[in-house]
Write a protein that binds this ligand. Structure first.
Ligand code: 23J
Ligand code: MN
Length: 263
């Protein structure tokens, strides 16, 4: 068996071990309180996470501890495949996505201040252009992460869903124009957010309903939802790795999402 000549990966491993490259966990914990999206009538919601013990060093398994769990594909930190949306129905399911497309540079666009002032705030083309003027054009094969600060509410269902007196969720997202722009004018892998889904709480009522789902998946791009720790990433230069399960014909999957950040 040959040895590889380049030491790039061995050097990477050394930097991981001496912590000059940090691994940041962008994943929320899964438990029975993990929030799942609540859609308006007559749509049917996904199941949340539940767990059932099989054995714990007892009569059902004296040497071992293990559980069964149940959950929807779109529960907790998860990956949206193009077939999740009708506009992407002829594209790939989660098992068909080339693994190379699970890894990309993380581009972090910070709109937290605007979302603090207005929970319905949606990323605009101007926000993207402003980011690009400072950090350069969003490169091909990158994950665009929208930092809204919403992960700070992930343990408080009331604040996380922020249902108003109108009975509607007021959570930030992406405007129709910005979704279209990112999907069609940039060659990204997809978009990642901290909210329960990749669209704003009110996005069902937009002129194209759920534009981030519609335009991203139409363009064969992906989504990541319920991320956390985006504040630990630089605006550019970190590497995101998403690892959805290989569910045959799956529309998405719970995922462990991590990022490599050079200190
Ligand atoms: C189905 C319908 C609407 C939405 C979603 C799913 C999600 O957010 C999701 O998890 O993909 S907005
Ligand atoms: Mn989803």
């Amino acid at each position: 068996m040959d040895t590889v000549k380049s030491k790039t990966l061995v050097n990477l491993m050394e930097k991981l071990l001496d912590q000059s490259i940090e691994v940041v966990d962008l994943t929320q914990v899964l438990n029975e309180d993990t929030p799942v999206i609540s859609l308006p009538d007559p749509f049917v919601d996904t199941k949340g996470f539940s767990i059932e013990q099989i054995s714990k060093y007892d009569e059902n398994g004296p040497f071992f501890y293990w559980n069964n769990f149940t959950m929807g594909e779109h529960c907790g930190t998860h990956f949206d495949a193009p077939v999740h949306w009708i506009s992407g129905k002829d594209h790939q399911s989660v098992d068909e996505i080339p693994v190379k497309k699970l890894i990309g540079e993380a581009i972090v666009i910070d709109i937290k201040d605007k979302c603090d002032k207005d929970p319905d705030y949606c990323l605009t083309i101007e926000d993207i252009k402003e980011f690009e003027a400072e950090h350069g054009e969003i490169p091909p094969h990158s994950w665009v992460l929208i930092y809204t600060g919403w992960a700070q509410y992930s343990n408080d269902h009331e604040k996380f869903f922020n249902v108003g007196e109108d009975g509607q969720p007021h959570t930030p997202g992406t405007s129709v124009e910005a979704s279209k722009f990112l999907a069609n004018e940039r060659d990204i892998l997809g978009v990642g957010v901290e909210t329960v889904g990749t669209d704003a709480g009110l996005a069902g009522g937009f002129e194209t309903p759920f534009p981030n789902h519609y335009f991203m998946h139409e363009a064969n791009r992906y989504g990541l939802a319920s991320l956390t720790n985006l504040d630990k990433l630089p605006a550019r230069g970190s590497i995101l790795i998403a690892s959805p399960l290989k569910i045959e014909n799956g529309s998405g999957s719970p995922a462990r999402v991590i990022a490599l950040v050079e200190k």
